[in-house]
Design a protein around this ligand. Sequence first.
Ligand code: 0O2
Length: 217
Amino acid sequence: MALENEHPAEAACDSSSSIYGPFRPQMEQVMKEVLDRISSIRSQMSGRFGMDPVEHCLARIKSEDSMREKCRRRNLPETTESALNIITDAIGIRVVVAFVDDVYTIRDYLARMEDYEVIQEKDYIRHAKPNGYRSYHMILRAHRKYYVEIQLRTISMDTWAALEHHLKYKKTLNGNTQLIVQELKRCADELASTDLSMQTIRDMIMEEGDGDETTAR
Ligand code: 0O2
């Protein structure tokens, strides 16, 4: 992919112009490149396992307001340098899959992308956050320039994260905070247990399928 040689850090910015300076087209291009890669992974996995593993996939460039708010929250100047070289989720992609194993299979494919370096990985599936949040996070660096945050999670994990996010920002909690936190954690753990059962059922079905092929031969 031909990206211009300019380095993102070199652009200045003020409150009237985009925090991404002139780099938005290249960011869109990087996002498209990762999405094309995910499409190709889906085709390969469909061929291999007979099923498209991806339920849905969302991609976004963080809005100007969110990025500026994040800079302020992290005590960073609201500049292109902060947005592209310090904060690493200006380009974000969320891949929602049916089964836990698919998270790790897609992770492996993404880690092998040419011209993309894995900068950081956080496995909140094997090591859930104390509140119950589960997801696999990867930060890739495209062409030694643009960071991309990829979140991989199952449908259950995604549902929980969406509801928890919704509840968190809906109301200021009062006396019931502790109970609500406990209940959210309980729901997260129950969903995780269901995910494992669904994975086991899929493995059993796949094994039976393999057995059928052997019998048919
Ligand atoms: P948005 O609007 O979703 O992009 P960071 O906040 O990125 O500087 P951190 O916290 O170390 O640093 O990153 P981490 O743990 O990888 O989490 C980043 C993103 O994961 C968050 O993005 C959320 O999207 C999601 N996430 C993490 N923890 C939780 C959680 O407890 N509940 C829910 N619902 N989502 C979570 P942002 O930046 O918060 O915002």
